[in-house]
Design a protein. Structure first.
Length: 520
């Protein structure tokens, strides 16, 4: 019962993690110029969107049913991405309808997974670069997920076989009973312990003694016949390895080549049944804002449009004013000190390592001391380094929070754009008061998660406004917005220190392809 409950909880997390990892591999392959074939829907028709250099660098949608082809030229504009309602067709996977307007054409509706929609939205909107199709065409397409999982399974089987062979305990066991029909026998060893196992020698008789291999941790402490390890590992692991290698080197390239051949046979620019499109009058004016669409487009106007668009259409916890406090702070100063000094995931590793050293629950013997002892030392060193690095931040920031000191300089009025990434992750992008919509960002200050007075909401400022910025002199900035001083989360980032990396991070937070939640 417990295993079933744990499986029900972990299975969706594993599926979501694999889907995100597979989408990341497709994104990296697309950036490297390798052939990537996306599962997609165009106006409700199922098929594949081929991003293949062998087709001249022009993305092509291949209809799965009738084999017809529709070109999707790059260099257009992504209008919006809307989350499709979950149904039996979606199979529990979040799917997004991406509205894309090709150069000089009408908008198209592409149905994709959420991660593939973000990847293709960026790639289709970018201007095609001049590449050498002949060189790129020789590269293998991205390996499918099932082939990678087969290879990982083969590696795990080999690892388990090596673990059993090298770390297993060999002992003399007495045969209690044997079933020649199914090839099993019951063994007794080590002062009366008995268990059933598979025997390679079907002719073993009760009372005979044989060598048994006791499985090591993390496997169950059960005996096996040493002669069964190699055939079992070779059969299971070898089969998975052949399946993975065949899928990576034979099946996947053959399927990709077959799709390319179908596209070439259909002819260029063939679109006998164009998909239904939407006119400009039907488009939502809110989605036609000047959203950022490249690492060079991080001005105040584009980021402000992205922040407002995210506030209206992005799913997740809403942002509301923080809970009112007598000191006019967004949260507790003590909580801020604890989160600043001790906010690291190394605590979990330290607790697990210390518990494993103190209690030999898995019967590792003396091996637990060097293994988990090293992990405990690494985790403690990580915690100590963070505390030492962040300790000088506490006192200056607390003085600013209390209002005892304004920092090395007087407070500066600045414009801000509030962006959000992961749940509870808020970031303020600060701009100078002058400059208008084309002003470039100056500072980026993450905010500590705050509680809100509204239920199921995150405490934070409105998307766009003005802030009074207090500089602590040691890195973190205290931003006062509408009379509330927001607690910083770490040091502020100066944009001019690394403009390219900062622009990439801002573009990831202010993604131009926002998803609108639709209701039935």
């Amino acid at each position: 019962m417990l295993i079933q409950i744990v499986g029900m909880i972990l299975a969706p997390l594993v599926v979501a993690g694999l889907a995100r990892w597979a989408a990341s591999r497709r994104r990296n392959g697309l950036a490297a110029g390798r052939p990537v074939h996306f599962r997609a829907r165009l106006a409700g028709r199922r098929g594949r969107l081929l991003c293949d250099p062998r087709l001249g660098g022009v993305p092509v949608f291949l209809d799965r049913g009738n084999g017809k082809v529709v070109e999707v030229p790059r260099g257009g504009r992504t209008l919006e991405a809307t989350v499709a309602p979950r149904s039996a067709v979606n199979n529990g996977v979040e799917r997004v309808t991406l509205r894309y307007r090709p150069p000089g054409g009408m908008p198209l509706s592409l149905g994709l997974t959420s991660y593939d929609a973000a990847t293709l939205g960026d790639w289709l909107s970018a201007r095609p670069a001049s590449t050498a199709p002949g060189a790129l065409a020789r590269r293998l397409p991205v390996v499918p997920l099932w082939a990678v999982l087969a290879l990982v399974g083969a590696a795990l089987v080999a690892l388990v076989a090596a673990d059993v062979t090298l770390l297993g305990h060999r002992t003399a066991a007495e045969t209690v009973s044997a079933d020649r029909a199914v090839g099993t026998c019951v063994l007794r060893w080590d002062n009366g312990h008995s268990d059933a196992t598979s025997c390679a020698d079907a002719g073993v008789r009760p009372g005979e003694r044989m060598t048994a291999l006791i499985l090591p941790w993390p496997l169950q402490t059960t005996p096996v016949d040493p002669a069964m390890v190699a055939p079992t590992a070779g059969g299971v692991g070898g089969g998975l390895a052949l399946l993975g290698i065949g899928g990576a080197l034979v099946l996947s390239p053959a399927a990709a080549a077959r799709r390319v051949r179908k596209v070439r046979e259909a002819g260029p620019n063939l679109s006998p049944e164009p998909p239904p499109v939407e006119t400009d009058a039907q488009a939502d004016p809110e989605t036609d804002a000047d959203l950022p669409n490249g690492v060079r487009d991080t001005s105040y106007g584009s980021l402000a449009a992205a922040a407002r668009h995210s506030e209206r259409h992005r799913p997740g916890a809403p942002i509301a004013p923080p809970r009112a406090r007598p000191d006019r702070l967004s949260g507790s100063p003590r909580r801020w000190v604890a989160a600043t000094l001790l906010g690291t995931g190394a605590w979990g590793l330290l607790v697990i390592a210390v518990a494993a050293v103190g209690d030999d629950h898995f019967h590792l013997g003396y091996w637990r001391f060097p293994v988990f002892g090293t992990l405990a030392i690494v985790a403690a060193a990580r915690i100590g380094w963070l505390v030492t690095d962040r300790l000088p931040l506490v006192r200056p920031v607390r003085r600013v929070l209390r209002g005892d000191a304004a920092g090395p300089a007087s407070p500066q009025p600045m414009r801000y754009v509030r962006l959000r990434g992961a749940p509870g992750e808020l970031v303020l992008v600060l701009f100078r008061p002058e400059g208008g919509a084309v002003a470039a960002p100056v500072l980026v200050q993450p905010l500590l998660w705050a509680r809100s007075g509204r239920r199921r909401a995150v405490g934070g400022p409105v998307p766009v406004g003005e802030a009074l910025v207090h500089d602590s002199g040691v890195g973190p900035l205290v931003c006062e917005i509408d009379g509330v001083r927001y607690l910083p989360k770490g040091r502020a980032t100066v944009v001019t220190a690394d403009p390219a990396q900062t622009a990439a991070n801002l573009l990831a937070l202010a993604h131009s392809h926002r998803r609108r939640v639709t209701t039935r």
